[in-house]
Design a protein around this ligand. Sequence first.
Ligand code: FBP
Length: 705
Amino acid sequence: MTSSDMISIETLLNNPNIETAIADINSETLDRRAFVPQICKVFSNSFISLEDQPQYRFTINREAQKQLPDIIHNHVEKLVCGLSDNEAGKRYFFKKRNIGIVFSGGPAPGGHNVVAGVFDAAKKANPESKIFGFILGPEGILENRYVEITKELVDTYRNMGGFTMIKTGRTKINSKQKMALSKEACQELSLDALVIVGGDDSNTNAAFLAQELKFHGIQVIGIPKTIDGDIQIRTEDGETLCAISFGFHSAARAFAQNISNLCTDASSDLKYWHVCKVMGRVASHLALEASLQTHSNLTLIGEDLADYVDKTRLQKAQEKGEVDYTAYGMTLRHLSRLICDAIVKRAAKGKNYGVMIIPEGVLEFINEIQIFIIKLNTIIAQYNQIHDLDFHTTFHSLDAKLEYLRRLSRGITEKQASPIWNPRDDELFNDLPSFFQEGLLVERDTHGNFQFSQVNTEKIIMDMVGDYLHILKEKGDYKVGIEDTRFHYIMERANLDPELIGKTIFRNYKDNNNTDYNDRYYLIKKNIISVKTLKQALVNAEILTDDDKVPSPILEIFKKSVPNFKTQSHFYGYDGRGSNPTKFDCNYTYNLGLTAFALIANGTTGQMAVIKNLEHNFDRWEPLGIPIGKLMHLEERSGKLALVMEKNIVDTNTNSFRIVKAMREKWLAADDGDDHYRKPGPVRFQGKSEEDKPLTLVLNSISGE
Ligand code: FBP
């Protein structure tokens, strides 16, 4: 086409079909926005009351009792239809109120529906009520930056992913001054209530704010958000009140979809091990769910590694009448050996490829790393406190940080030798690769948490794996198995005797005299590790003379048996966090918003809105309010014990974990058969999907009866 034949760009851009095709808003978005989430039965009533549920008990932390005296005695509340003769209750429920809402921490799919739920319920109860969204997370509260949420704004973001509507941030309201600023901001807007949509740390904030603002007539309600899935609430008697935080399902489905595609790729060209790091700052829930959805060949679960006991080492020590404490827990070295073992086994069956899932927070469960993290947390926190300076600003470069640690270990810095960092720590730390040292020294987040997402976890592990595989290769232990039919085909095509060559070069060749082996894959003998040693074996068997060259078909077989370990790294985190919510999360979050409003309209504070029975069919979903104060415990933060909401890591006694463990061998597929990859259904919004809730939830809810 010559330029004179071309339609002008103006004409093109004004063509209605082109306008539709390139519009920012596509039909998928319009369909999403129009989706009306299902609502729990109780919300079909216009007036909702609360009913105390004293049967749900929690072990209360003493410190929580001290620090949160006015919210600690709250009960679990069930939402029920209000009585028609409760006039005072009705007046309170339907009164005009101002409600603030804030997102806190990392985005999670479904957040916008929480806003939509609060907005719809508040406007339905009283159209004069106003909802304000604080911009950029808790920082918006401190700086009093907000936007009034309108119907138009809510409608734009219904069922859409991200926290784009009002943004989010990780600022922590952790000082008297910040509390005072928060109170001022709420009072300036004449807020009756504030809804905090966040994870464990943000709900901790919510509890303290609730305590602080209670006598100023401002209620605070928390919402369990985080893709990490570590907000799970059980009573003292083990009854589940909240099976999972919102966002988990959508993120896990997005990760699983990508990982499953990699399984297809890996098993197509057979040349890569895909190493998939998946988010979850500490807990491995996302990795576990992705494993169940994809049947990837190898999935590390941090919590499982922490439980590891080296029985051989323990026994050796026992024989000497000693206890070897280092036998408990996993070391990085041992972990790399376990991974190598899996890789070598698969290679022996001709599968020098695969897909492995590494949870982002796995290092938290590795003994030596955990010790470094705790020590460095304390050192950084102490430095900031003693010097009233910021460690990371003062010691900008890695060298400066290392120099400080070196001085600390020798007692030059803080007048006397540090009890935390001794010369041995310094020596061990200096043995780590610099990118990892840098990772361990990264700035902690505002809550004092170690930022695992900033560390190249998979690189640390895979570098060690690569090194050890190299050793195994040199020793002749890491070889790619040669398929029986292929070997015969190549030999026969070249008029070579497969029996003679097979016996000479393979350690498990099945010939008429060797009935021990019945493998489909042959492994080159351990001592044949080069063309030279190959030739030697052939000469020794009198197949070749010293002057002969190794025939090319035999060379071809040998080359195929030499493994080339190639990896591709992938990080699944921010992408899934920003994905559109699944139907499960759309329904879940909208009902959380409705629940939050009902709690507010009944005058409660310091409660977290949850939906019980998420693991069951929708008709069994039950909205509740749970006292946040009762979920608190003491935890090490920035080198000190702090009262925070307890998070849940993977429980290795659950059905889901036990099933993954039981399937490990099968999914590794280090055998003659095919891989067992599972294709999770597409993340669909329209139509019926069989993947309508997290598999971990489904499995964990199945009892023996
Ligand atoms: P929240 O707990 O705040 O929801 O965030 C979880 C998370 O997505 C983790 O999975 C991840 O480690 C971390 O946030 C990443 O944080 P950042 O957004 O600061 O990089």
